[in-house]
Write a protein that binds this ligand. Sequence first.
Ligand SMILES: [Zn+2]
Length: 257
Amino acid sequence: MEEKPKQVAQWIIHSKRVVVFSGAGLSTESGIPDFRSPGGIWDRYNPEDFYFQNFLVSEASREKYWQMATEMYEPMKKAQPNLAHLAIAEMERFGKLDCVITQNIDGLHFKAGNSEEKVIQLHGTAMTVSCLNCGKRYDRDEIQERLRKGVKAPYCDDCGGPLKPATISFGQSMPERETEEAYHRSSLSDLFIVIGSSLVVQPAASMPLVAKRNGAKLVIINRDPTPYDNMADIVIHDQAGPIMASILEKVKEELEI
Ligand SMILES: [Zn+2]
């Protein structure tokens, strides 16, 4: 078991463009529930209420959406970065990180210390709210405070348009700039490390493929098997936190940091 982290550490040291791809597994290790798992929040709500089209046209849908979004936000706000987040932030400090492409909306990469320009948030962020009409952005806590005081569906101060967390909902298209950038960085990477993603949600799941096709080494660290395990150079089925901590320990030993 020691051999794999050691090999990954070597590759990190000798690679020029290391791209990390993070998914829900990383968030669950910080205590954020996986909303898609059985017994999760989706069992208590009707997913149809959360389609973007319905949000746009129905006040009732917007109210239900915000009710659920509030329930999801509470554990996210409290969550702290785990050992894997911290290891990825350290990689940036050592100059060993090209970027993190994340499917997560919880902002934990930033809490861990990664900078804005290193993190590509494919599914947006729950830490910000934006007006669907004029694009004005609000701090999430400020809007949650309005809800706490009894507002059921908040509207923009400037234009009266509906406010929504800046996350990508069902039926809402992926953010163009982020998606393009993520594909571009994937294609240029020489080491692509998947952390805590089961690689089933498209189009994100095809990014390791793009990296691999362009000659990158592919490492997958995930508790459960993924559809791409057979094409990976190293697969580790384990908790990401302790594994990433041990990899970084070896990187530091080697670089004498
Ligand atoms: Zn507005």
